[in-house]
Design a protein around this ligand. Structure first.
Ligand SMILES: NC(=O)c1ccc[n+]([C@@H]2O[C@H](COP(=O)([O-])OP(=O)(O)OC[C@H]3O[C@@H](n4cnc5c(N)ncnc54)[C@H](OP(=O)(O)O)[C@@H]3O)[C@@H](O)[C@H]2O)c1
Length: 322
């Protein structure tokens, strides 16, 4: 994505390069980290679309951004990653036939059993976080290709760092541990973000793919954005000790915002917060060792495309954007 940032200027989260006229879709842009990604990108002048399953929440988020960013161009589309059949229509309602970047941010994390499934019969976290975003990428690919330098930004998680995939039980049918299923769903997303970079590169595509993670981002450390996010002074005070190691969702947004706006961020890279991967300004990290296993990435890609019943070569495209 082209930007006005001088190439040698240090990255400053409070002085973002301008991005007027760039179209960016943020999944889950109605709340949490996604809201702040959208607010910060709108502040840089980008035209931001919030992908949200709840139009009322999306309208409230868009209103909050407009109130804080004079002249912000924010819209929203109904997008439910747990309902695969809805995604083609969601992409069709995006409007312009060109997308400069998508931030695959939306996510669901369950803490307790029972194991739940999406409408399509996939384990809820694997189905929403991983399969939903891969299916969305399939529909978005023609729009991203229309941009001079389209970019896919995948929001992973530090929780995935110590995790491994079970390729024989991707859907946690045999052994369901909610926190592990969440971490594996995020790991699967990160594998696919890097596999996308390899596949797009091999095709000579102008589209790039970057993986980021937000560190540890708590609501109690997040500035209020009523009615999207309210925080009492009691919550703020109780959250203060955590600020030594963690951060708010406004800061959790920074790696994704940098990945969208900074041309120095390259395809196939991993970015996260500077301090122990948990808080602070975004910096480039070495790709975690398990994520360098391209055989696992390739098997996951094939298995996921089969579950979605899509052509594993869909990036070769040919489908026109109308
Ligand atoms: N917070 C952290 O410390 C942390 C750490 C590592 C990674 N992450 C990742 O960062 C991303 C954002 O996290 P967060 O803390 O901001 O979470 P959050 O506050 O719970 O927000 C999640 C967002 O995802 C949306 N979403 C959930 N299911 C969806 C679906 N089926 N279709 C469309 N949208 C859906 C939610 O929409 P609704 O409002 O409709 O529910 C909401 O907008 C997630 O991918 C998460 O895995 C977060």
């Amino acid at each position: 994505m082209k930007s006005t940032a001088p190439r040698n200027r240090p990255w400053d989260v409070r002085d973002l390069p301008r991005a007027e006229g760039k179209n960016v879709l943020v999944t889950g842009g109605n709340a949490g980290i996604g809201y702040f990604v959208a607010e910060q990108l709108a502040g840089a002048g980008a035209v931001v679309t919030l992908g949200s399953r709840d139009p009322a929440k999306a309208e409230a988020a868009a209103g909050s951004i407009r109130a804080r960013v004079p002249g912000a161009e924010v819209r929203h589309v109904r997008l439910d990653l747990a309902d695969l059949s809805s995604l083609e229509h969601a992409v069709g309602s995006l409007g312009p036939c060109r997308l400069d970047a998508v931030v695959h941010n939306a996510g669901v994390a369950l803490d307790d059993p029972p194991r739940r499934e999406t409408e399509d019969g996939h384990e809820l976290m694997f189905g929403t976080n991983h399969l939903g975003h891969l299916a969305l990428t399939r529909w978005l690919a023609p729009l991203l290709t229309q941009a001079p330098a389209g970019r896919i930004v995948t929001v992973g998680s530090f929780a995935a760092k110590s995790e491994r995939l079970d390729l024989d039980d991707l859907q946690s049918r045999e052994d369901y541990v909610p926190k592990r299923a969440y971490a594996r769903s995020k790991l699967a997303q990160m594998y696919v973000g890097l596999e996308l970079a390899r596949r797009l590169g091999a095709l000579g595509s102008p589209v790039s793919s970057v993986v980021v993670h937000p560190g540890g981002a708590l609501d109690s450390l997040t500035p209020a954005r009523p009615p999207v996010h309210r925080r009492t002074s009691g919550e703020r005070l109780r959250g203060l000790p955590a600020a030594l190691v963690l951060q708010g969702k406004h800061a959790g947004a920074w790696p994704a915002v940098r990945a969208v706006l900074d041309p120095r961020v390259r395809t196939g890279e991993l970015w996260g917060p500077r301090a122990f991967g948990l808080r602070g300004r975004p910096h480039r990290e070495a790709v975690w060792s398990q994520l360098t296993d391209t055989a696992v990435a390739s098997q996951l890609w094939s298995a996921s495309c089969e579950l979605l019943d899509i052509d594993p070569e869909f990036l070769r495209g040919g489908r026109a954007c109308s």
